[in-house]
Ligand binder design. Structure first.
Ligand code: NDP
Length: 244
């Protein structure tokens, strides 16, 4: 029974990704990695022993190494990874404190790279990785200088690792969600970046996406159905990009 590690695993997209993977294969387990130790999220309770939660700060190299070891000891062999840990800020570029810029890059860029390396180092056969980028890494969004830069770097990391690791049988892809109805979207509205109804209007489909719609794309890219796809950045944005 192979295991998929999901960082940001108890977040909105993380839980739905876990559910999609568990529902698609009775032989798969998932290791949810998140900042705080928590109970197994309620939507996954039915999957019992195939789900476990691990506390880890993805910005801390020692925490990533220790959690990687913990997962290898407790779970069946890891063959795949989803990097979904994320934070969002509202900062004007002109006077944003640089520690906030670095904190953003630490979670998205360093966290993604550290977990990619952690999983790749322990793989003895083929593997598959999906990083969660964002349309914010492809287009200008005011007051999101750090988030946009971080996500653009995630896209770049995805392509570089796809090239470096293709010979080892490890595929590396990314999804770029548009505005998705999760706790992060609530935070985006709370801190004054954009309200949900306005964000919905920016998509050709004139609505927010659901976490399950992002999860479906991630499940596909992780699976053998995508066996000849690597280094791809897949928009899951309801047509946000085509309107730009
Ligand atoms: P959520 O806020 O629901 O989930 C993000 C998760 O990341 C949270 O569980 C959070 O933990 C965790 N996290 C934050 N910092 C760390 C850290 N240092 N170490 C470990 N875990 C951490 O957001 P989404 O599910 O919406 O986001 C998932 C991914 O999708 C993110 O990368 C986000 O940037 C991306 N995305 C989301 C979009 C959206 O509209 N929702 C659009 C485009 C991309 P805790 O809650 O404990 O802080």
């Amino acid at each position: 029974m192979p295991t998929t590690v999901i960082t940001g695993g108890t977040g909105g997209i993380g839980v739905e990704t876990a559910r999609a993977l568990l529902a698609a294969s009775p032989d798969r387990a998932v290791a949810l990695v998140d900042l705080k130790v928590s109970d197994i999220p309620e939507p996954l309770a039915a999957y019992g022993g195939r789900v476990a939660v691990f506390a880890c700060d993805v910005t801390d190299e020692q925490s990533v190494a220790a959690t990687g070891a913990e997962i290898r000891a407790a779970m069946p062999s890891v063959d795949s990874l989803v990097n979904g840990a994320g934070i969002v800020h509202n900062d004007a570029s002109i006077d944003m404190p640089m520690d906030r810029f670095r904190a953003m890059l630490a979670v998205h860029v360093e966290g993604t790279l550290l977990w990619c390396r952690q999983v790749a180092r322990s793989l003895h056969g083929p593997g598959s990785i999906v990083n969660i980028g964002s349309i914010a890494g492809q287009f200008g969004h005011p007051r999101r200088i750090a988030y946009g830069a971080a996500k653009a770097a995630v896209h770049s990391i995805t392509k570089t690792l796809a090239v470096e690791w293709a010979g080892r049988g490890i595929r590396v892809n990314a999804v770029t969600p548009g505005y998705i109805e999760t706790p992060m979207m609530k935070e985006v509205a709370r801190i004054g970046l954009v309200d949900a109804d306005v964000a919905a209007g920016w998509a050709a489909m004139k609505r927010l996406g659901s976490p399950a719609e992002v999860a479906a794309a991630i499940r596909f890219l992780l699976s053998d159905e995508a066996s000849f796809i690597t280094g791809h950045i897949l928009n899951v944005d309801g047509g946000f990009a085509v309107l730009k």
